[in-house]
Design a protein around this ligand. Structure first.
Ligand code: ADP
Length: 479
C-alpha cells in the first residue's frame, strides 16, 4: 500500500470513505497511488467550510486573490514536469502534450490573477434626475466544480482560477480516473497559502460525491464538464433548488474539406483534430465532411499518415498517440468500430493493439463512405475514430455540418474567403476554425458551444465573469 492521498477539506487532509487505486492506462502494472474517495458527509463538510470561508475571501480584496493565483501559476510552472508526468501516467496523454497542458494551466491561473483586479462594473446616470445607477459584480458564493478525465489539469484550472479570482469558495470533484493531477493542484493551492475552506478537494465517484454536490444547499453554482447524460441529470436535479449551472458536454464536431483546400493543410488539421490526444477531446474532429473532387486524394493521404502514427505508452518519447483512458472506454470504441462496418462503412484501422506493456492501445480509425444519418456520424465516440462523409458542394457540406444535436466546434479547410466567411456565419457552433483543427483553443477567449453541447454562460477569457459572479444594480440619490 502506498501512502494514501487524501481529500482537502477546510485546510485539512482527510481520509474520506475508502481508498481507490489509480492505475496507468499505458501499463496496468504501474500503480500510481491510492486516493481517498469521499462520502456525502465529506461533501457536506467541504460545502460548509467553503460557505464559512467565502465572505472573508471576498473581503480580502482583489490584490490578495491575484497574489494567490499568481503564486499558484508560478508553482505549476516550477512543477510542470512532475505534473505533466502524472498526467501522462494517469490519463495516457503523451508527455509533450501533458506538459503543454500543465503549462496551459499555469497560464490560466496567471490570466485570472490579472482578471481579479479587473472585475468589471458600470456607472450610469439614472433616468431620474439626481439619481445614479451602478452595476457591480459580486461572487456567486460557493461554487461546485465537477470535472472530467480528459484534461485533468487544464479543466480544473479554468474553473478554479476564475472562481477564486472573483471571490468565490470552491469544492472540486475531479473524475475518478484522474485524482492525481487534482491532488497535485490542491497541494499547490494549499502550499501557496489558500485560506482554509476557500478551496476544497473531494475526490470520489460521481454517483456519490458529484450527486451530493448537486444537492448541497451551500453550493450556489455548479460548473460541470462531462457527458451529455450526466449533464442532463445534473440539470434536472439542480432545477429543484435553482442552482446556477454551467454545463459543457459533448461534441460531434464537423470538419469540412472543400475541393479548393490546400491538401497538406487539410490533412494535418484532420490528423491532429481527429486523432491527437487519442481523440479524447470534446472538440475532436469526428466528422470529416469532404467534397467529392478532393475526397479520394484526401482520404488516401489522411489514411497513410494515420496509419504511420505511432501508438504506444504515454511516457515513451517515440509515441505520438497514447492509450485509450480505460477498459470501458476502449470497449466502447471497439463497439463503434464494429458498428461502422455493420452500418456499411469501409473501416480503416481501429483494431486493439498489443503494446510493450499491458495497456489500452488502439489503432486510430477512419470510417469511410458514411452518411450523416448513421449512428457513427451522430453519436460522440470519444476515441481515435473519425467518420468520413462525402458531399457534392459547399451548401451540402454546411447542411451536414449543422445536422447534429451538438454544436461545440466546427471547422473548414478552404482557400476561398467566400466559403470560409459563409461557414463562419452559417455554422451552428460556439467555435469555428478556418484551416485549423476543430480542437486546440486559446485560453483568453470564450470556450463553449450551442445546442446539446453547452448550457449556461461561456467558460474562459473575460466571459468567465458571467458565470462566476452575479450582478447588483444600485440606485443612489445624493439629495
Ligand atoms: P465521462 O463519460 O467523460 O466520464 P461523466 O459525465 O460520466 O463523463 O463524468 C464527468 C464528471 O461527472 C466526473 O467527475 C463524474 O464523476 C461526474 N459524475 C458522474 N455522474 C454524476 C452525477 N450523477 N452527479 C454529479 N456528477 C457526476
Amino acid at each position: 500500500m502506498t501512502t494514501p492521498h487524501l481529500n482537502l477539506i477546510d485546510g485539512r487532509w482527510l481520509p474520506g470513505d475508502h481508498l481507490t487505486e489509480n492505475r496507468n492506462p499505458s501499463d496496468l502494472s504501474d500503480l500510481i497511488g491510492h486516493y481517498a474517495a469521499g462520502s456525502a458527509a465529506d461533501v457536506a463538510l467541504a460545502a460548509e467550510a467553503a460557505a464559512r470561508a467565502q465572505p472573508g475571501w471576498w473581503a480580502a480584496g482583489p490584490q490578495a486573490r491575484a497574489d494567490l493565483l499568481d503564486r499558484v501559476a508560478t508553482a505549476i510552472d516550477a512543477r510542470a514536469t512532475e505534473i505533466g508526468t502524472m498526467l501522462a501516467r494517469e490519463e495516457g496523454k503523451i508527455l509533450p502534450e501533458a506538459i503543454a497542458e500543465t503549462r496551459r494551466a499555469a497560464q490560466i491561473f496567471r490570466f485570472f490573477a490579472g482578471e481579479a483586479l479587473r472585475l468589471p462594473g458600470e456607472a450610469l446616470p439614472s433616468v431620474r434626475p439626481g439619481v445614479e445607477a451602478t452595476v457591480t459584480r459580486e461572487p456567486v458564493g460557493v461554487v461546485g466544480l465537477i470535472t472530467p478525465w480528459n484534461f485533468p489539469i487544464a479543466i480544473p484550472a479554468w474553473k478554479i482560477a476564475p472562481a477564486l479570482a472573483f471571490g468565490n469558495a470552491v469544492v472540486l470533484k475531479p473524475a475518478e480516473l484522474v485524482p492525481g493531477c487534482a491532488h497535485l493542484l490542491a497541494t499547490i493551492l494549499h502550499e501557496a497559502g489558500c485560506p482554509p475552506g476557500v478551496f476544497n478537494l473531494v475526490m470520489g465517484p460521481g454517483s456519490v460525491v458529484g450527486r451530493a454536490m448537486v444537492e448541497a444547499p451551500q453550493i450556489t453554482a455548479l460548473s460541470f464538464t462531462g457527458s451529455v447524460a450526466t449533464g442532463r441529470a445534473i440539470a434536472r436535479a439542480g432545477a429543484e433548488r435553482m442552482v446556477k449551472l454551467q454545463l459543457e458536454m459533448g461534441g460531434k464536431n464537423p470538419m469540412v474539406v472543400l475541393d479548393d483546400a490546400d491538401l497538406p493543410t487539410a490533412v494535418a488539421a484532420c490528423l491532429n483534430g481527429a486523432f491527437f490526444s487519442t481523440g479524447q477531446r470534446c472538440t475532436a474532429s469526428s466528422r470529416l465532411i469532404v467534397q467529392a473532387g478532393i475526397h479520394d486524394a484526401f482520404v488516401a493521404e489522411l489514411a497513410r499518415q494515420m496509419q504511420a502514427l505511432r501508438v504506444g505508452p504515454a511516457l515513451d518519447p517515440a509515441s505520438q498517440i497514447g492509450p485509450v483512458v480505460s477498459a470501458a472506454q476502449l470497449a466502447g470504441n471497439l463497439d463503434y468500430v464494429a458498428l461502422a462496418a455493420t452500418e456499411g462503412c469501409e473501416v480503416i484501422g481501429g483494431a486493439r493493439l498489443n503494446g510493450p506493456t499491458e495497456g489500452f492501445f488502439q489503432a486510430p480509425a477512419l470510417f469511410l463512405g458514411a452518411t450523416n444519418a448513421m449512428r457513427v456520424a451522430r453519436e460522440e465516440i470519444f476515441g481515435p475514430c473519425a467518420t468520413v462523409i462525402k458531399v457534392d458542394d459547399f451548401d451540402a457540406a454546411l447542411a451536414v455540418a449543422n445536422d447534429s444535436e451538438f454544436g461545440l466546434s466546427a471547422g473548414i479547410c478552404t482557400a476561398s474567403l467566400k466559403h470560409a466567411t459563409a461557414f463562419r456565419r452559417g455554422a451552428k457552433a460556439g467555435m469555428v476554425m478556418v484551416n485549423l483543427p476543430t480542437a486546440g483553443v486559446d485560453y483568453h477567449v470564450p470556450f463553449g458551444g450551442t445546442k446539446g453541447s453547452s448550457h449556461g454562460a461561456r467558460e474562459q477569457g473575460r466571459h468567465a465573469v458571467e458565470f462566476y459572479t452575479t450582478v447588483k444594480t444600485a440606485y443612489s440619490f445624493a439629495g
